[in-house]
Each structure stands twice: as structure tokens, then as C-alpha cells.
Design a protein around this ligand. Sequence first.
Ligand code: PBG
Length: 326
Amino acid sequence: MSFPNQRPRRLRTTAAMRRLTAETRLAPAELILPAFIREGLTQPNPITSMPGVVQHTTDTLKRAAAEAVELGVGGIMLFGIPAVRDAEGSASLDPDGVLNKAIRDVRSEVGDELVIMSDVCLDEFTDHGHCGVLDAAGYVDNDRTVEIYARMAVAQADAGAHMLGPSGMMDGQVAAIRRALDQAGHTSTSVVAYAAKYASAFYGPFREAVDSQLKGDRRTYQMDSGNRREAIREVELDLAEGADIVMVKPAMSYLDIVADVAAMSPVPVAAYQISGEYAMIEAAAANGWIDRRAAITESVLGIRRAGADMVLTYWASELAGWLKES
Ligand code: PBG
């Protein structure tokens, strides 16, 4: 009778042994809760394709932020849905516009207890649903869009955002935002760059969440799904432009990209577990096809294991609650 020299199973014999030898752990502090606020709502509005996620009113958003603090969540990422949209997305610049007001409300509710992040992008504000303004041919005009982003960024920093998330994939957006922030005296406001953001079918439910008007797609500005090397180029550009954190998005179908970026980035790496990833797991769980809690935990753990330092996930508060429990 011969014995195996090595028995990896020894380190799996008890829960305590597995806990001791775990290579990756989850903690509430590395979770970021994306949240939607819609102008003019009196009741929170459920998002059908994202069961459990709502378009918030001011009150419920403040409560969600306070709860996130209670649970030790690291940050909140705010998206606003304005009552009125136009071709230039001008509601994004109004200091009393839905997103800027939400930033102020959340900041007054939680102060510095939570990192308050906000979306710097025009798609929620334009009547055509694109992330920027269009030229005469209907092409998203990079440089004119970036000028608007710079002004949005200052408005959001004025409102009290700690960190800005430019998600539009325009060239030079991080540099323009950094410069505008600094000129306005917001030298301490940081930027989490959506550095490698892919044109993804998994954004579907988000489009419902923000009542997107988009027809067509974002393939002239978001990255092609098959491109791996290009992610490094995008990250290098954003680092050179002054990004404080770089993000990969989506997460679950792009774990190789998360790993590549984690291997080369000198700044923290975020990954965004997006709406379609949320919807898939919720739908399978609702059908009784997977164990909901185990699948959610495993999915976020996988993103962390791939190398993300922090994860944006719609389950941030619920998952933080489970982590606190155990
Ligand atoms: C653009 C933006 C999008 C998401 C976050 N920021 C939509 C898009 O690029 O089409 C998607 C997030 C998600 O799907 O959960 N402002």
C-alpha cells in the first residue's frame, strides 16, 4: 500500500482549517453599492429586471446610504435619472439637478463615513441615450463631450462627491476632469477611471434602471469584447492622465482582464459586477436552480480572487450583512 506524498485535503478537513488557509477573504469595506435616484419620485420604483433594486427617492436613498455605513460598506456609486432630458444632457450641469442634489443629500446624511462616488457620464441625461453629445452625422463627439464631463465633474465635486467615476469611455476624459477639478480647487477629489469598459450585452437591465433612451449600441466608444491587450493600453492612458483607481467592467465575463490589470496596476483596481450579472443570478435563484446566497458570495469572491481590490455590486449591503454575521 503506497500513500500519496501530498494530501491537499488535510487543509480542508474542518471549517476552521479552511478558514485559516483561505487565500481570499471578503470584507464589507471593499464593497461599493451602486444606487439609482430618480427625480420626482414619491415612492421607490422597483426595477423589474433587477429584483431587489429600486430607483430611489431622496428619503430611501439616504436610508440606503445610512444602512451601508451601518454595515461597513466601503462606498456608494450614485446614478441620477432626471425628469427632463435633452440632446446635450444639460440637467447634468444644474447644481440642483437630480444627481448633484443626491450627492449633497447623501453627503449630509453620512458625511465622510462612506466614500461617495458619482457617475460622470451623459447617457442618463441625454434624450438619445448616448454617453456624449452627437455631431451632425450622429457620431459621439469626443472632445465636446469631454468638455461637458469636466464641467459635470466640478459640479459633482462642488456637491460633495469624494470620488468621480467617468464611465463614458471618451479619450482624454480623465485628464480633462483632473485638470478642471484642480483648477476649481478640488485637488483632493479623486477619480476612479472606468479604464477598461467593454460594450456588453450584460448592461441590459441597467438600461431599464435609468430608463435609457438608447437605440443602437455604444461600440464606437466602449471596447470590443474580444480585446485583451487593449485593456492595458486604456489603463496606462488613464494612469498617465491621473486616475487614482482603475476599473474593469463588466467583471464576471472579464476576469482575465481583471487579472491582467491587477498584475500591472500601481493603483487599486476596481471591478463592476454589473446589472446583467446581478439579473442572471437572481433569475436562476428565483427559479430554485442555484443557491442564491452561495452563488452571490462565490461570484464576488471570484472577482476578488482574480485581483480586484474592490467590487461594485448591487448586493454590497446584503453581502456585507452576511459577512458581519459570519
Ligand atoms: C454609463 C454606465 C452604464 C453602466 C454604468 N455606467 C451603462 C452603459 O454603459 O451602457 C452599467 C452598469 C450596469 O449595467 O450595472 N453611465
